[in-house]
Design a protein around this ligand. Sequence first.
Ligand code: ASN
Ligand code: ZN
Length: 332
Amino acid sequence: EKIETAAGTGTGIFVGQVPLNTNQNGSQFELKDTGRGGQSTTDMSNGESGSGSLFANTSNSFGDGTNNNRESAAVDAQFGAATTWDFYKNTFGRNGIRNDGVGALSRVHYGSNYVNAFWSDDCFCMSYGDGNNNSAPLTEIDVAGHEMSHGVTAATAALNYSGESGGLNEATSDIMGTMVEWYANLPSNPPNYWIGELINLRGDGSPLRYMDQPSKDGSSADYWDPNVGNLDVHYSSGVANHFFYLLSEGSGAKSINGFDYNSPTADGSSLAGIGRDKAAQIWYRALTVYFTSTTDYAGARAATLSAASDLYGANSAEYNAVAASWTAVNVN
Ligand code: ASN
Ligand code: ZN
């Protein structure tokens, strides 16, 4: 097999027109990125087993922005994986999900009427359903970043996927998925602190989750309480998502990129944020140095304080903001 990186192009459903590194193999250009650990995207043709068939064509131009073209969802997935790779590399010096330079596989058109996306360590791959009527692939970039970040969590803290540690596992994926969306900064997808705001999973235009005020989804927790670990992990994550938003942007009303946020605090405090870039550095260091498989919310407070102390100094403004933001979500 010939390995020759070529400059391709693609038009995704959500990413718009983007450059793609493709692999020239004879007269075919493959959706395979040899510069990023061989990350590639395959077509599951609405099945659920095997690794699918690698997208390839002779034009080196993929997709047309609609789901009528099977390549469009693949462009979103391949670009999402490339951006997530670059985000971890350039933000944290992490070389791939396992920090071993190996790229992950993305599988699109997974299952029939499959309304979800998921990461699996078994195949070292993420899979995206086509949504209702196989007409709404779930290939938004914050979803890509969310799913790949499950691989990072599995390779580092390995947070158990139940109870409070499960909420922290989910929140880690929402936090990093959101950071990937900000990193991509696409005109077709102005970055924000909501999850899945473009895939319209509920059919009413609302996002899947809100980091500024998680309870806006009707189910997620804004604040810690002794029962929070009994919630589904996608709802107990709300406490940490809210913490991350408050640490980044502060409390109260704020409009960014046309998104209106209004983030409350449990203790009535008014907080100023330290910015999402510092907040992400603190979370990543906590995840990779201090979290274990059984870390709970009290442990996450301690771990992020240790991380903030390492990065910015004990009793730095950043350290104090971490403490105040946890207190604001009732993690004391
Ligand atoms: N999309 C979901 C997630 O990544 C799948 C699951 O429930 N694990 O959280
Ligand atoms: Zn998840």
